[in-house]
Design a protein around this ligand. Structure first.
Ligand code: ZN
Length: 193
């Protein structure tokens, strides 16, 4: 089992490589471990990320087969099935780090389409609070803050919306952190140290 802080450090290092257009040899040759991994996995981090085609977790963190347990949904929202997937990996594989990975210019934050109601309804509370502030006059800043508010809301939901996860946090060192990926720079900024 890899402690949360060590897992976080691995992700940071992997992202630095990615942002610098370098690829680590571990990820590069991980397909050669396919047979070994068929008998079991020990993902060191759970990533709840957006479905956006420009933010694939394994690539932006420069990781390979068997490294990350990834859940992707537009707007990196937390609904019951996402909670269940996080619980599954944390309890079954002893994964001790959960990262909610949002990103700049997230389309799900901007979306108002009818078909996206299930997503938009979960994003809306994060945006509505901001519409009561001066940010409503600055659409770029509004989107930027809404992306971050939405990430924090998902983190909060995972920390407090599941008894299983709450116990893992209190007793077993499970860490849930928010992070934002910049489409422009390729850099992931973690919200806490
Ligand atoms: Zn997105």
């Amino acid at each position: 089992m890899i402690p949360a802080r060590e897992a976080l450090e691995r992700l940071r290092e992997g992202n630095l490589r990615f942002a610098a257009n370098v690829r680590g040899s571990d990820a590069f040759v991980s397909h050669t471990r396919r047979a070994e991994l068929a008998s079991g996995q020990q993902p060191f981090a759970i990533i709840l990320g957006c479905s956006d085609s420009r933010v694939p977790a394994e690539i932006v963190f420069d990781q390979g087969l068997g490294d990350l347990f990834v859940i992707r949904v537009a707007g990196n929202i937390v609904a019951p099935s996402q909670v269940g997937s996080v619980e599954f990996s944390a309890a079954r594989y002893f994964t001790r780090l959960v990262v909610v990975l949002g990103h700049s210019q997230c389309g799900a934050i901007l979306a108002t389409s009818h078909n996206l109601r299930a997503i938009v309804d979960r994003v809306r509370p994060s945006v509505e609070a901001l519409l009561q502030t001066e940010l409503r006059h600055d659409s770029d800043a509004l989107v930027r803050e809404a992306v971050r508010a939405n990430i924090r809301a998902s983190v909060d939901h995972l920390r407090h919306g599941s008894q299983v996860l709450e116990e893992l946090i209190q007793r077993d060192g499970l860490l849930v952190v928010g992070a934002e990926y910049s489409l422009e720079s390729g850099v992931v900024e973690f919200f806490e140290p």
